[in-house]
Design a protein around this ligand. Structure first.
Ligand code: SAM
Ligand code: SF4
Length: 473
């Protein structure tokens, strides 16, 4: 249990189950209210903004209080068993409210809806709606159906749905940073992963609609966009009669919106990130020098079983190439411990590749078998949970040291920091990020800066998670 808590802390779980704040418009203007809670990856949080936009057009306003909602939605995650258990527990909490307000509709959206389909209705009696990630346009019709007392399900996956024309409602936003979904689905079939089954085939969104969304955000005062996809480097959009747009080209198009608009992206698959992408990052100051490059394991045999399609040496060469083209670039990772048949020596290979890569940060997990995946069908989940967790504990401790060492190397350096808001600890301090995605906290001093401004900060201290500094004129 203790180790699980450590993992949860390292895997930024702060936003899990977060409910969105009401729209700025007067709530009284809406006849009905919806409440949406999101779990899992950024894609889900971004999808909830699309759902909010669709519901908003139907006359629904958002509320943060589910007790007053006519429609309660959970946008769910299936990536690990624990993620599904969290949602199940949450559903039981809604039971009482539903008993008191039988008219209230409860819907499950996202990956769990897709994985369990109509079975969810049998297993969770209070659920009225089950809607998969490609079926959000049908929500208004499904709600109408559910209002008549029927159960409503749409879990059809699509080959071309990208919601390109739907302008997401930025819920609970700081007004400075925003996510833009650039593609959906995944074709990779990593053997441990349920995503290709729950989110379907990979498809890329119209590049012009992405640039238009970035431009609109910039016009409204946003200063940073993160381009989102399960595997952004395989972005490939082919317009009629024109050159295909690769991820490198898309990055450039978004970077050109304004030098004042920072561009980030997530997630990169090591096999797909090209030299072209790295050179484009080097060319534009406003493309942040930070790459999330999940390794999963440092051992070639395990990587093969995982179907990651690269070897230990190949991954290390990729890290070297990044360091060569982008000196000082921030690199982070995802790591899984205790995958099927993993030996102690193979686990040591994961520890040593982490040391080699000098990750600034990692999301770390122990392997959780997911029904229907290649690994569940082909291999035995044979590492006892106690060993998986002990190995996890070891990588968590190592990452703690690597993060601290990385931050210590920054003491004495100056960085351009985008102010995202006040520090949570003190209203006298600002909190922002540097290009390497490190959180920087510094005193406001007598300067007249505001949220959304860029400032130059000199780092003079640090913790494992934060750089501490002062504004330099
Ligand atoms: N598409 C991204 C990628 O390829 O890195 C992110 C996929 S997933 C949403 C995020 C992370 O969850 C993965 O990188 C992996 O480390 C972890 N993960 C996925 N399936 C898992 C499983 N069955 N057990 C434990 N961790 C898992
Ligand atoms: Fe899952 Fe692999 Fe696709 Fe990432 S790249 S979503 S880990 S199948």
């Amino acid at each position: 249990m203790e180790m699980l808590d450590i993992a949860a802390k390292v895997h930024d779980e702060k936003r899990q189950g977060e409910a969105y704040a009401p729209f700025e418009k007067d709530l009284n203007a809406y006849q009905k209210k919806f409440y949406i809670e999101s779990y899992g990856c950024q894609m889900n949080f971004s999808d909830s903004e699309i759902v909010a936009s669709i519901l908003n057009n139907e006359g629904f306003g958002a509320t943060r209080n589910y007790e007053e909602a006519d429609l309660v939605l959970l946008n769910t995650c299936s990536i690990r068993e624990k993620a599904e258990q969290t949602v199940r527990k949450r559903l039981t909490e809604f039971r009482k409210i539903k008993e008191a307000r039988p008219g209230m509709l409860v819907g499950v959206l996202g990956c769990m809806a897709e994985r369990l389909k109509a079975k969810l209705l049998e297993e969770e009696k209070l659920v009225d709606l089950v809607v998969g990630p490609d079926a959000y346009r049908s929500l208004p019709g499904l709600i109408e159906e559910a209002e008549t007392g029927q159960k409503a399900v749409n879990v059809l996956l699509s080959r071309d749905e990208t919601y390109a024309d739907i302008s997401p409602v930025r819920l609970d936003s700081n007004g400075i940073t925003a996510f833009i979904s650039i593609m959906r689905g995944c074709n990779n079939m990593c053997s441990f992963c349920v995503v290709p089954f729950t989110r379907g085939r990979e498809r890329s969104r119209d590049a012009h609609s992405i640039v238009a969304e970035a431009q609109d955000l910039y016009n409204r005062g946003f200063k940073e966009v993160t381009l989102l996809g399960q595997n952004v480097d395989s972005y490939y959009w082919t317009p009629d009669l024109a050159e295909p747009v690769t991820f490198a080209k898309l990055l450039e198009m978004v970077a050109l919106v304004s030098p004042e608009l920072r561009v980030r992206f997530s997630t990169s698959h090591p096999k797909d990130i090209t030299e072209d992408v790295l050179r484009t990052m080097a060319k534009y100051e406003n493309i942040c020098k930070y790459i999330h490059l999940p390794v999963q394991s440092g051992n070639t045999r395990i990587l093969q079983l995982m179907n990651r399609t690269y070897t230990r040496e190949w991954y290390m060469a990729k890290v070297r190439q990044i360091r060569e083209i982008l000196p000082g670039c921030g690199i982070s990772s995802d790591v899984i411990t205790g995958f099927c048949t993993e030996t102690e020596e193979e686990h040591q290979d994961t520890l040593s590749i982490m040391e080699f890569s000098e990750y600034d940060m990692s999301y770390m997990f122990f392997y959780s078998e997911r029904p229907g995946t290649l690994a569940a069908r082909r291999y035995k989940d044979d590492i006892p949970e106690s060993i998986k967790k002990r190995r996890l504990q070891e990588i968590v401790e190592l990452q703690g040291r690597l993060s601290l060492e990385s931050n210590k190397r920054d003491i004495g350096k100056t960085f351009k920091v985008l102010i995202e808001g006040e520090s949570k600890r003190s209203e006298k301090d600002w909190m922002g990020r540097n290009t390497h995605n490190k959180v920087v906290v510094f005193n406001k001093g007598n300067h007249n800066y505001s949220k959304g401004d860029y400032v130059i900060v000199k780092v003079n201290d640090c913790t494992q998670a934060t750089l501490l500094g002062e504004i330099i004129n």
